[in-house]
Design a protein around this ligand. Structure first.
Ligand code: NAP
Length: 293
């Protein structure tokens, strides 16, 4: 990437995408948010309003459209998996060309979809550690005191891009291989999301009242992650579970309570598919996915 202020498109300016778009726009990047008619109109008129523990309260002007109509250096894909197929129609592959594409969806299977859709682009696996909510179109509440990206880039070729993101205030680590980056996140997230949603409770209650099931699911998911090439360990995952604040709840659980579609296939389905592909049994995870389907 040649410029220190790459132009960026953000497909899905919600909790994650809206915060990224607002930070980058505030730092002087040209940012184009791609959204449906209503959200694009709100963003064009009022910009993105962020209320953040970490960055304070601010409004950033952004360009917004329903379709990408100009070349960009990078595209963040920040829709939920349940809207991905439809949302991708907003990005013509020939216009995107060889841009860097960073999906920050949870799960692992979206990379294949993006690479098939944008064959000339550089699709980079990424994850984000954050808690951010779109409270209304164009309004973002960022409630974690961090917003940290990990991008799979073993050769550190994306360092100039990472520097531009850091200059906007984001935490960015250029991580190891793709499997490690994605499974590091999914091997914690899948047990956390499935168990809290299934039992309609917080992480503290899961680890106290459903510990045998938690241990079984952690074993299964860690075995799948290892088979997929990531260095996962069930005991490390359990230690992480035990460190989390007891009242913590998952976004899948919040989606279930609000009657929104769940990212069940991206999170639970991905574990089952990888387990089947690597011949790792996942009966307890399968039961959870079936119960939530
Ligand atoms: N939020 C977090 O704290 C967090 C943390 C880590 C990972 N993640 C992952 O990040 C991904 C995004 O989550 P999120 O919480 O940011 O979701 P979100 O707040 O629901 O935002 C999704 C955005 O996508 C937009 N959208 C939906 N369908 C679209 C379409 N067809 N075309 C264009 N835009 C469309 C929505 O538009 P409208 O505004 O018009 O509804 C919304 O702005 C998920 O995979 C999630 O698991 C989230």
């Amino acid at each position: 990437m040649s410029t220190s202020k790459p132009t960026v498109a953000v497909l899905g300016p919600g909790g994650v995408g809206g915060l990224l778009a607002a930070l980058l726009a505030r730092a002087g990047h040209r940012v184009v948010c791609l959204a449906g008619d209503r959200t694009a109109a709100v963003l064009r008129a009022d910009g993105l309003h962020v209320d953040s523990e970490q960055y304070g309260e601010f409004t950033a002007a952004v360009a917004a459209d329903t379709v990408l109509r100009e070349p960009v250096d990078a595209l963040f894909v920040t829709v939920k998996q349940t809207s991905l197929a439809e949302a991708l129609d907003r990005v013509p592959a020939d216009l995107l060309g060889s841009a860097v594409v960073v999906p920050l969806l949870n799960g692992v299977d979206h990379l294949v979809v993006l690479r098939a859709r944008f064959p000339a682009a550089e699709v980079v696996a990424g994850t984000i550690q954050i808690e951010a909510t779109r409270t209304a179109p164009g309004r973002i509440a960022h409630t974690s005191p961090f917003a940290n990206l990990v991008l799979a880039d073993p050769d550190q070729r994306l360092e100039p891009f990472a520097q531009a993101l850091r200059a906007a205030g984001l935490g960015v680590a250029l991580g190891p291989d793709e499997s490690t980056v994605l499974w590091n996140k999914l091997s914690f997230l899948a047990p956390f999301a499935l168990l809290t949603t299934r039992h309609r409770t917080d992480v503290g209650t899961v680890r106290d009242r459903h510990r045998p099931e938690l241990l079984t699911v952690l074993d299964e998911v860690a075995a799948v992650a290892r088979a997929a090439g990531a260095p996962a360990d069930a005991e490390d995952l359990l230690a992480l579970f035990d460190r989390f604040p007891a009242t913590m709840r998952s976004s899948m659980q919040r989606d279930a309570e609000a009657g929104r579609p769940l990212e069940l296939d991206a999170i639970g389905g991905a574990v089952l598919r990888a387990g089947a592909a690597h011949r790792v049994p996942t009966p307890a995870t399968a039961q959870l996915v079936a119960a939530l389907s």
